[in-house]
Ligand binder design. Sequence first.
Ligand code: GLN
Length: 304
Amino acid sequence: MPNFQQIINRIHSDLKATKNTGEVADYIPELGKVDGEKFGIYLNNIHGDNYEVGDTQVPFSIQSISKVFTLAMAFASQGNELWKRVDVEPSGNPFNYLSLLENEEGIPRNPLINSGAIVVADCLVSTLKNPKEDFLQFVRGLAGDDSISYNLEVAESERKTGFRNYAIANLLKSFDNLANPVEDVLDFYFHQCSLEMTCEQLSNSFFAFANHGKCMKNKQCLTEKQAKRINAIMLTCGFYDEAGEFAFEVGLPGKSGVGGGIVALLPNHYVITAWSPPLNPKGNSYLGMQALEQFTTETKSSIF
Ligand code: GLN
């Protein structure tokens, strides 16, 4: 077995020494306050071993990584009906792309870009009794950690500046692909994006996707089919218009967020989370992408 600790230590120190040309996202003002020097890598494997280096215990805004959790929850309750309202094709477009017109039916390309995630949020607002509380409990259950919470300042900051997300939600509504009021759906969406988690908590919460749906405590948190389907969507759609690049460089299913986090996993083997806030022009962590590329290259563990 490769020496994971040594490998992540080396990747971390090598990359820390390079010039980081990424930029911290500040289009959500509250996100712009984060320390751009933070950098952590956390890996847990299927046998329960874990390895970490750097800022792995600092909570950060998970942003779009939350789209995987809402998708898992909505798919569990709606089953294949969900795919009538959101497709599973890569978009090749930025995360906040507005056009839903290509199919003329207001069906977003996939659930991991904003338009698709807003439809998924609508499903959860319709089906959950207390949407924000129930969703939080679901994520805490996946991670096995009750300390995970929303950052209400980030949610509010996003609400105040979320003009594009309002535009997307209104467009979806005009196509009759939102059952609930735009305000209610976006309130839920902004909260899910504001969830704060550490690298360790993220790795733990994605364990079920690497382990046929079973969480760390061996509880069946997701069905095997959910895990398989969602991994496929992560592989093809997890990085917006850089999904091809991520498959090319890293070769794992994964998901990024504009908070600078990336979670990726090798089914049956491990989950790895990298966090470094400065982003490349496509909105993915500049160092995180490189860290994962080096990791799968050195450990020969891309799925390809
Ligand atoms: N909350 C962010 C937004 O909707 C999420 C974007 C992201 O992480 N890519 O703009």
